[in-house]
Write a protein that binds this ligand. Structure first.
Ligand SMILES: Nc1nc2c(ncn2[C@@H]2O[C@H](COP(=O)(O)OP(=O)(O)OP(=O)(O)O)[C@@H](O)[C@H]2O)c(=O)[nH]1
Ligand SMILES: [Mg+2]
Length: 286
């Protein structure tokens, strides 16, 4: 049995979580088109013939601006211990620049192999992909470089094999039917936040958090927290249209997590400056 942990690093929004989901063969982490979607470390577990690959999906590297982003960056910094390697994710759709070089300094300075995943190559011209591969190759002395599309699945199997090859002989760290270390409660809160992220923009996504009040065999009650009254109005929407939309998108996925039908109640609450409130962040598990 080969097993072990691989940390997934990269700038915000390059597709780390989408790629973790693709490597695990199912949804582990929520994904959105807004940066800073991932706020905590999430283990995504890929089980296969004779191996267990545990991927640590992480927040994107960033300069902290408040207590929340400080905690997020701390999570990133402390997640490189006891890993067998790093999957360094880049976006082929963007200029590979200073932000990536900053992360490269950190990950290539660790004493473990670094595999580069050049993501989002779908619908790019081969010449452009080749050019981005050249730029990526200059970031540091990598173990392997894989152009992939987390979206279409192109190159994902080869990347998975590469990562599995880094693993030593080891035990099963998680039961084989388990795909993530997140509790059901956190998975549900994340699914509600995901739907709210896709439907909002500008500063609103960053101000959203979700707290679960109650889960039983019929009902899930959740609170969607925002920082201001105007953000609340946006999330409630005209006559409650927005919050209903969030609920109806989240409910089927929550039911898939729980394995039974529920009534979902989501209310929007204002919690001024929760992102700077350490006690509140503790309570949210961030
Ligand atoms: N075209 C394309 N889009 C992708 C691909 N992978 C991810 N995306 C999109 O990129 C955006 C960001 O994806 P995420 O997986 O949330 O990115 P992330 O790196 O985890 O972002 P943070 O958690 O905020 O750091 C989403 O809109 C995804 O749909 C890909 O292979 N191709
Ligand atoms: Mg993410």
């Amino acid at each position: 049995m080969k097993s072990g942990f691989v940390a997934v690093a990269g700038r915000p929004n390059v597709g780390k979580s989408t790629l973790v989901n693709a490597l695990c063969g199912g949804k582990v982490a929520i994904v959105s088109d807004k940066p800073q979607t991932t706020r905590r470390r999430i283990f995504g577990i890929a089980n296969g013939d004779g191996y267990q690959l545990v991927l640590a999906d992480l927040p994107g590297f960033q300069r902290p601006r408040d207590a929340l982003t400080e905690r997020m960056q701390h999570t990133v910094d402390s997640s490189f211990e006891d890993v067998e390697g790093v999957l360094f994710v880049l976006s082929a759709r963007e200029r590979i620049g200073a932000g990536d070089r900053f992360i490269a300094q950190r990950v290539f300075g660790l004493d473990v192999p670094v595999v580069i995943g050049l993501n989002k190559v779908d619908r790019l011209k081969p010449a452009h992909i080749a050019q981005q591969m050249n730029v990526a190759a200059q970031l540091g002395s990598f173990e392997a470089l894989h152009p992939v599309s987390a979206k279409t699945g192109d190159g994902v199997a080869a990347l998975r094999e590469e990562l599995v090859a880094l693993l030593p002989e080891g035990p099963l760290y998680f039961p084989q039917e388990q795909r993530t270390d997140l509790t059901e409660e956190v998975q549900i809160a994340e699914l509600i936040r995901e739907k709210a992220l896709w439907l909002t923009r500008d500063e609103v996504p960053h101000a959203i958090s979700v707290e679960i009040e109650e889960i039983d065999d019929r009902v899930v009650r959740a609170r969607l927290l925002v920082e201001t009254e105007s953000q609340k109005q946006i999330l409630v929407g005209k006559g409650g249209a927005m919050i209903r939309e969030i609920g109806s998108r989240a409910r089927p996925e929550i039911e898939a997590v729980l394995g039974y039908s529920i009534y979902l109640e989501v209310v929007v609450k204002v919690r001024p400056r929760w992102r700077r409130d350490d006690a509140m962040l503790e309570r949210l598990g961030l």
